[in-house]
Design a protein around this ligand. Structure first.
Ligand SMILES: C[S@@+](CC[C@H](N)C(=O)[O-])C[C@H]1O[C@@H](n2cnc3c(N)ncnc32)[C@H](O)[C@@H]1O
Length: 244
């Protein structure tokens, strides 16, 4: 049966069940699908996010917590909050924190919160910066999610989105489309016996705006100095802006 994207009103429940199901093997699959490159992109994102070596930062749609821990590893003090609506993804994140603390002595506090990116349970201007990484595509209202990220960051702080972009050149776009639609589901099948979840991932790109569109959503949210950086020949984009 051909894959059918969930209707808007079913999307959140659908996405939640996909990620709850694949949480345990997500990290291995993520490394395989991106050929380890998501680590480099996240490194770039964290360098762009942090304005100093202390502060309070938010990672929305934090999944298994790798990015939140990467932020924590670059801070000398402060707090990192990871928020996700999948309890199973957060369980993996909490275990990852335990393993991290066994090896590293960090004073940085980590909080894992179960919540919705569209209704962040935080007061206005609480954080020094906020990021969403490979999560925005999954929410039902992109603008609302960016508005929420903007709302909870202090004036002068940064809001970032790291996600799929628009592959550039003649050869790369069809190769990328083939890889994403044919190979990624195969990787999901082999590693997690779950072709369906990894068929949703490429499909989630279908209605997702290109980097110019995402920049516009940032501007609509009132962010200043909005820019985006193209990574991996444009197939990934890091968009950021400053809270006024
Ligand atoms: C592709 S994973 C990305 C995880 C991680 N940020 C990364 O870069 O690897 C997307 C995550 O977004 C979460 N998510 C999707 N919609 C959400 C929502 N409305 N509120 C909170 N989390 C959401 C999913 O549960 C999943 O953990």
């Amino acid at each position: 049966m051909p894959f059918r994207l969930p209707a808007k009103e079913e999307k959140a429940q659908y996405v939640l069940s996909q990620f709850d199901r694949i949480a345990r093997g997500y990290d291995l699959a993520n490394d395989c699908i991106s050929m380890g490159m998501h680590r480099l992109w996240k490194d770039k994102a964290v360098k762009t996010l942090l304005s100093s070596e202390s502060g309070s930062y938010l990672d929305v749609c934090c999944g298994t917590g790798d990015l939140a821990l990467l932020i924590a590893s670059r801070l000398k003090s402060g707090k990192v909050t990871g928020l996700d609506f999948s309890g199973n993804m957060l369980d993996v994140a909490r275990n990852r924190e335990v393993r991290y603390r066994e090896k590293h002595n960090t004073p940085v506090q980590l909080d894992w919160i179960k919540g919705d990116a569209l209704e962040l349970p935080f007061q206005n201007g609480l954080f020094d910066g906020a990021i969403v990484s490979f999560g925005l595509r999954n929410v039902t209202d992109y603008q609302k999610a960016i508005n929420e990220l903007t709302r909870v960051v202090k004036p002068g702080g940064r809001v970032l989105n790291l996600d799929l972009g628009k592959p550039e050149g003649l050869i790369f776009p069809p190769l990328f489309a083939f890889y994403f639609s044919q190979i990624v589901p195969l990787i999901g099948q082999v590693l997690q016996n779950d072709r369906k979840a990894y068929t949703y991932l490429p499909e989630s790109k279908r209605n997702y705006p290109d980097p110019e569109g995402i920049s516009q959503l940032f501007k609509n949210a009132g962010l200043a100095d909005v820019r985006h950086i193209k990574l991996a020949s444009g197939s990934v984009a890091l968009t950021f802006g400053i809270v006024r």
